[in-house]
Write a protein that binds this ligand. Structure first.
Ligand SMILES: Nc1ncnc2c1ncn2[C@@H]1O[C@H](COP(=O)(O)OP(=O)(O)OP(=O)(O)O)[C@@H](O)[C@H]1O
Length: 624
């Protein structure tokens, strides 16, 4: 008895789109079905290697058109479906490709349909009814799934011996008004050219019985329509960029062309081909823990594994692609140790290759590199920080920052090359945005000296720099931390003198602020600003902010040093107030400290105290 079941809501939406599609490139349904058939054969073959209950076969995909019945049959001897799989795989959309397609299409961009792996449901673009007859090696009986692409489908048991899947498409009637021709999908010529166009590189034979006329007699002869050479096995000159892009989008579920293709053939002790892609944008789950890095692994064109993690280091985890090596035997588990060594070697080659391609891009195609860098900079920086800096040498030359002097990104190497010789450090400043850094009081002295400052706006930046420490022996130095080294000896002497003269007032301010600050000093780095807050040499204020957001880290605090500009009118005012009524300095100290916190983007510790002091000051000034 056939059971009727309802499609899940998302499937219904997708089906509705397919059946009502005004999209012109409906022919892609064939590519989708053939690709599913090929994946199903891959799966069967792979499982048969380790599970003796799964028989192997001569793997083939068959197309059988029938013009009289208006049907097209796509058959494979792949893994087939169990009943549960029919419900799960054809009754719901679990696939990321289809999901992201649905999201995009909901934004009304109908024309992108062909760029997606829209999968099985695309059959409904050309069919009134789709029947799937199938048998899995894991079930004793066969099943028939059928649907008209509306809200429901039926499933029933059938007698079927051979493992695999047969998909019968009942083609729609032609629609002359809209110039839609579905009859053509029963024509030998159309099917042949569609296979050539979309599925030529499928690794299994796509066969069709072709009518051959000899003399008066016509006979049916089996013909294989595809070349079966995987795209990565073809010579580079013969691959059109559109074909490569199409292959990427389909194989790796992206709807945009890749930013960069790296196609490499290595021969020698270890022979392999690698086809690597850098996506234009990180995958939608890239920053989640669900993201799985890895490359597909093939041996002699036969699929072995989907995401081999060993082939790609974490800091290049955005790279997608595949490796095909004749040196790997199919039975990976039996020879794991041997493979481990071979895979490690391939991984190490690939890592160098990716790095050199990126360095090349940085040198010769800055625009493309910046597009790449803006998409993946956090991952590269994290790669430097990770494992106590184990990989810092490999990655440091790929890092770039904007500076106070230019909107262009520059590398550490660029910085060193253009800094004045007498400058002994690579300066950086940290903040939420470029603008907030540029207006930091500590930037005054940098501006005056004409020094270039790297602008750190990502959380990871300072942590990365702690690990790097220096570049080509030039140390990194924060303009917001520790003593400024830009002050010459005479200025230092001068400052010491002033601090001596103002010893009492500085002491009084420090006393008023209690444990809030470690010290109160006069500053030589400030020009226009009255105060700033700097941290000691250890933890910086920015790092404190980040650590505070993490669980169980709340008591970590940077040493705060309040610096006051002795040449600012405000300091003169403070001196006057202190002379007249020393007690009044407490309120002023609190306001100054809170102002410095605000400038640094730190939270006001005691908003009521801050506000009360301001109010008091306003009232007093109205009296005088
Ligand atoms: N010919 C087939 N034989 C066995 N299983 C199949 C076959 N066709 C489809 N399937 C199963 O049905 C699932 C859904 O297929 P569908 O084409 O909708 O998505 P997909 O190809 O997995 O992903 P996407 O097309 O979104 O990249 C597949 O993942 C696969 O498990």
């Amino acid at each position: 008895m056939a059971k009727t079941k309802q499609f899940k809501t998302e499937s219904q939406k997708l089906l509705h789109l397919m059946t009502h599609s005004i999209y012109t490139q409906k022919e892609i349904f064939l590519r989708e079905l053939i690709s599913n058939a090929s994946d199903a054969i891959d799966k069967r073959h792979y499982l048969s290697l380790t599970d003796s209950s799964i028989p192997t076969d001569t793997y083939e995909i068959w197309l059988t058109p029938n013009a009289k019945d208006r049907t097209l049959v796509v058959a494979d001897n792949g893994i087939g479906f169990t009943e549960k799989e029919l419900i799960e795989n054809l009754g719901t959309i679990a696939q990321s490709g289809s999901k992201s397609f649905l999201e995009k299409i909901e934004q009304k961009d109908v024309d992108i349909i062909g760029q997606f792996g829209v999968g099985f449901y695309s059959a409904f673009m050309v069919s009134d009814k789709v029947i799937v007859e199938t048998k899995s090696p894991y079930s004793n009986t066969g099943y028939r799934w059928s649907s008209k692409g509306e809200s429901s489908y039926t499933i029933e048991e059938i007698e079927r011996e051979e493992i695999g899947t047969t998909i019968i498409l009942q083609l729609r009637d032609d629609d002359e008004e809209n110039e839609e021709d579905f009859t053509k999908f029963t024509s030998e010529y159309t099917l042949k050219s569609l296979v050539k166009k979309y599925s030529d590189y499928v690794r299994y034979p796509i066969n069709m019985m072709i009518e051959k006329k000899e003399k008066e007699k016509s006979t049916q002869v089996k013909e294989t329509l595809n070349q079966m050479t995987p795209i990565w096995k073809r010579s580079k000159q013969d691959i059109k960029p559109e074909d490569m892009n199409q292959f990427y989008k389909h194989q790796f579920n992206d709807f945009e062309d890749p930013l960069k293709v790296i196609h490499t053939n290595v021969e020698g002790m270890l022979t392999y081909t690698a086809l690597l892609f850098i996506p234009k944008k990180p995958a939608f789950d890239f920053y989640s823990e669900h993201y799985e890095k890895g490359l597909q692994l093939y041996t002699k064109g036969v699929f072995i594994q989907d995401k081999n993690k060993e082939l790609i280091p974490d800091y290049f985890k955005f790279v997608k692609g595949l490796v095909d090596s004749a040196d790997l035997s199919l039975n990976i588990s039996r020879e794991m140790l041997q493979h481990d060594r071979q895979l490690k070697k391939i991984a190490s080659h690939l890592e160098k290759k990716i790095k050199s391609e990126l360095e090349n891009m940085m040198l010769h195609d800055r625009d493309q590199y910046i597009e790449f860098y803006e998409a993946y900079k956090t991952t590269l920086k994290y790669g430097i920080y990770d494992q106590y800096g184990l990989n810092k040498e490999k990655l440091q030359d790929l890092i770039m920052f904007q500076t106070n002097k230019s909107d262009d990104y520059i590398s550490f190497k660029d910085y060193i090359e253009r800094k004045p010789e007498e400058q002994k450090a690579i300066y950086y400043a940290t903040g939420k945005t470029k603008q907030s850094i540029l207006s930091l009081p500590q930037m005054d002295i940098m501006k005056e000296n004409g020094y270039e400052v790297l602008l750190f706006t990502e959380d990871i930046d300072e942590f990365m720099i702690q690990v790097l420490q220096n570049y080509q022996d030039v140390p990194f130095k924060s303009v917001q931390q520790g003593e400024s080294d830009l002050i010459d000896d005479t200025k230092k002497e001068d400052l010491k003198e002033k601090e001596k003269e103002n010893k009492d007032i500085l002491k009084a301010i420090k006393k008023a602020l209690k444990e809030k600050v470690k010290d109160v000093k006069l500053s030589a780095r400030l020009k226009e600003s009255a105060v700033c807050l700097v941290s000691g040499e250890g933890l910086s204020l920015e790092m404190e902010k980040i650590l505070k957001q993490m669980p169980n880290q709340t008591d970590l605090k940077a040493d705060r040093i309040l610096e006051i500009n002795p040449d600012h009118d405000l300091f003169k005012a403070l001196q006057k107030i202190y002379e007249v009524d020393a007690k009044k300095i407490d309120g002023y100290a609190s306001i100054l400290y809170h102002q410095a916190l605000l400038i640094e983007g730190l939270p006001i510790e005691d908003p009521t105290e801050f506000s009360n002091n301001l109010v008091k000051l306003m009232i007093e000034s109205s009296k005088s």
